[in-house]
Ligand binder design. Structure first.
Ligand SMILES: [Zn+2]
Length: 363
């Protein structure tokens, strides 16, 4: 038998989990096989340089078979690992498909007028409902699933691209946790290096007593999330501005639309993570800032990166309006709305803590 690759070994031995290899023949899985391939290719020459301790960053990335929507960054035997759970992909894809069934969303793409603009079939976040059904062992009725898919072929394809851009934001966020020294810092602090995005999983195990208070550790973790978000968004936008997009279908789109969808996708992920928190029925997990705070912070990052460009205000308002339209179409209760002006909370300065561990500087 050939020796398993490092991610597979890590998944099986360390996480007691099974790696998920997307099926290149299944349309929805093919996109995620392409998403991981694209991410690896973008970083193949350099995962993020060398840190002050002289260590070069190298990252193994992969998917896990798991019905809890989550993503993580970790270090094990001096190798960084990042991963996404299969359920995260399912919910990203279902939300992206739902978005393009709404004629008010991206109205210039394809035959938007012809879309049925259905309500979510079960009064909630499309993918999460399907997950609950699956977890209860009930089948997903084909008839219900049909409504989730855009009628127009161009819009269907664009929904897949949106899902890929959302997944890219998640890859870049996890990579940022490695690049910015967060994972190494937590390991050295004895906090268990495994940084996971949703309040599930092994994050709370394996911690040792710390000389820092739980309030301080919580503030540090919040700062890590905001930093990772900012660096991820910067990288996603840079891929378009520097014209290094390597997914041919996305590369063929108008650059303005590519940036708009990249930013929209990043914003949507903050909202999805809030929905995952509700799904898990765990409120106010101490490890992550409030989703609204993350969204507000991302909006500031967008303005920092693009604000000087002509027509930025109208461009950004367009993204905000699309987001609000989608939330209204879903009919869900949420505080995560980009139109609400949330003032930034004070972010803990991490510069000194992380000087030895950072491979790159934060955005
Ligand atoms: Zn994170």
């Amino acid at each position: 038998m050939p020796e398993a690759d490092p991610f597979t070994r890590y998944a099986v031995e360390r996480l007691r989990s099974t790696p998920f290899m997307p099926d290149g023949d299944a349309p929805e899985e093919m996109a995620f096989a392409a998403s991981l391939a694209s991410f690896r290719k973008l970083h193949e020459r350099d995962w993020g340089g060398t840190n002050a301790r002289g260590e070069a960053l190298f990252v193994d990335a992969g998917y896990l078979e798991s019905m809890t929507p989550n993503a993580f960054a970790d270090i094990h035997d001096d190798r960084h690992f990042i991963g996404m759970h299969q359920a995260l992909l399912v919910t990203i894809m279902d939300l992206a498909l739902f978005a393009f069934t709404q004629s008010a969303l991206f109205p210039t793409v394809g035959d938007a007028e012809g879309e049925a603009s259905p309500s979510p079939a079960h009064g909630g976040v499309p993918g999460l409902y399907l997950l609950e059904l699956t977890l209860r062992g009930e089948g997903v009725e084909a008839e219900l699933a049909k409504h989730r898919v855009p009628q127009d072929a161009d819009r269907h394809v664009m929904a897949v691209y949106l899902a890929m851009l959302m997944a890219r934001f998640v890859w870049e966020h996890e990579l940022a946790h490695c690049q910015l020294g967060h994972v190494l810092f937590l390991q050295i602090e004895g906090q268990g290096a495994h940084l996971s995005e949703a309040p599930f999983g092994p994050e709370l195990v394996g911690r040792q007593p710390s000389r820092r208070s739980s309030v301080e550790l919580s503030a540090i973790r919040h700062a890590f999330e905001l930093e990772a978000d900012a660096t991820a968004l910067r990288n996603c936008i840079a891929i378009q501005l520097e014209n290094i997009e390597n997914i041919p279908g996305i590369r063929a789109l108008d650059p303005g639309l590519r940036i708009q969808m990249s930013v929209f996708g990043a914003y949507l992920m903050t909202w999805l993570f809030e929905a995952y928190g509700h799904h898990a029925a765990i409120e106010g997990a101490a490890s992550h800032p409030e989703p609204m705070m993350r969204l507000a912070s991302l909006q500031r990052t967008t303005r920092t990166l693009l604000g000087a460009l002509d027509g930025f205000d109208a461009f950004h308002q367009g993204i905000v309006d699309q987001f609000e339209t989608l939330i209204d179409a879903l009919g869900v209760e949420t505080q995560v709305r980009p139109s609400l002006n949330t003032t930034a909370s004070t972010v803990t300065a991490t510069v000194d803590l992380l000087a030895a561990f950072r491979f790159v500087q934060p955005s």
